[in-house]
Write a protein that binds this ligand. Structure first.
Ligand code: UT7
Length: 310
């Protein structure tokens, strides 16, 4: 049984924190942040705003665009490293806010790779006949776990959410291949202990990100029986523009085939890919019938690539 993305939504909080704002309280500069990361600004949630609140706005739009009711959703999967609580899951809070009809609801903890892990699960639920419509959401409020005194991480992250509805279809569309991986032996490269703030060894993470996303992308293309020539757009996780450019160079992908919006939002972890998909679609960078390649990398370590026929 094939599946199709029938709706997509995104939400970012209106409050903007620019590099110049950061200069006021951190020993950093717009010049350093721009040249080392490509980030110019990021969004910051309000004190009261939780991952489920951002996820709610993005999901409402995705469900509306899919032309279904929240009651038609059978499974709610939320990818987040900044859940509302340790439990209940953010997916339970979200399904309640959306007024879904008692769906299966759970969170995925796979850091920045969480959204594409979720897509893969959505496909499995549909293929097994267990679900007709699955809501997959990446939603993060990293501003709440960033150490605002640590310039090496504070400048990198932002808040935001993206959501898709994946539905059963009779067409040839859908998730053509998915390669998901992890390696817990490198957990110390990027982590956040319970109740503490993010810690990262930047350079190590940088190198592993490029290597692993490139390998997973080659494998995902092989499994889909496609080459990069068949791909309209590559949408990578937005952690650093230098990682995105190095990945493109390693895979020999021309610039116009790679999407980046990191300058606007920074790294929103599990939300970068659905937000980038949303904006790329709006900008006409891909459309119905096109093949796209998504690739992500994050704490765990976790990584993976997915090929989708839209
Ligand atoms: O989403 C999950 C995956 N996350 C990632 O993939 C992140 C991967 N890592 C990176 O993106 C980069 O490693 C960083 C952006 C985090 C850092 O860039 P870098 O080019 O690797 O810089 P670095 O850590 O080697 O630091 C270079 C210098 C250091 O100073 P010294 O030792 O050369 O004097 C840092 O102290 O830059 C300094 N530095 C800063 N200076 C101004 C580090 N952060 C800042 C800052 N402003 N914010």
């Amino acid at each position: 049984m094939a599946c199709e993305i029938t709706g997509i939504g995104m939400y970012v909080p209106p409050r903007i924190l620019t590099n110049h704002d950061l200069e006021k309280f951190l020993d950093t500069s717009d010049e350093w942040i721009t040249t080392r990361t490509g980030i110019k600004e990021r969004r910051i949630a309000e004190e009261w705003e939780k991952a489920s609140d951002l996820g709610y706005e993005a999901s409402k739009e995705a469900i509306e665009k899919a032309g279904i009711s929240p009651k038609d959703i059978d499974v709610v999967i939320v990818a987040t490293s900044t859940p509302d609580m340790i439990f209940p899951s953010t997916a339970c809070f979200l399904s309640d806010k959306l007024k879904c009809n008692k769906p299966m609801a759970f969170d995925i903890s796979a850091a920045c790779s969480g959204f594409i892990y979720g897509l893969t699960l959505a496909k499995t639920f549909i293929a097994s006949g267990q679900a007709n419509n699955v809501l997959v959401v990446g939603t993060e409020v990293f501003s709440k776990i960033v150490d605002w005194n640590d310039r090496t991480t504070a400048v990198l992250f932002g808040d935001g959410a993206g959501a898709v509805v994946i539905s059963r279809t009779n067409t040839d569309k859908g998730i053509l291949s998915a390669v998901m991986r992890s390696d817990g032996s490198h957990w110390g490269s990027l982590y956040c202990p319970v109740g503490e703030k993010i810690k990262m060894r930047g350079r190590e993470t940088f190198k592993l990100a490029i290597k692993n996303m490139a390998e997973a992308s080659v494998k995902a293309l092989e499994e889909a029986n496609l080459t990069l020539d068949d791909i309209k757009l590559v949408i990578p996780h937005q952690a650093n523009i230098r990682i995105i450019n190095a990945l493109a160079e390693k895979l020999n992908i021309p610039e116009e085939k790679v999407f980046a919006n990191i300058h606007r939002y920074g790294n929103t972890s599990a939300a970068t890919i659905p937000i980038a998909m949303y904006e790329a679609l709006q900008e006409g960078r891909f459309g119905r019938g096109d093949n796209i390649l998504l690739t992500a990398f994050g704490g765990g370590l976790t990584w993976g690539s997915v090929v989708i026929k839209v």
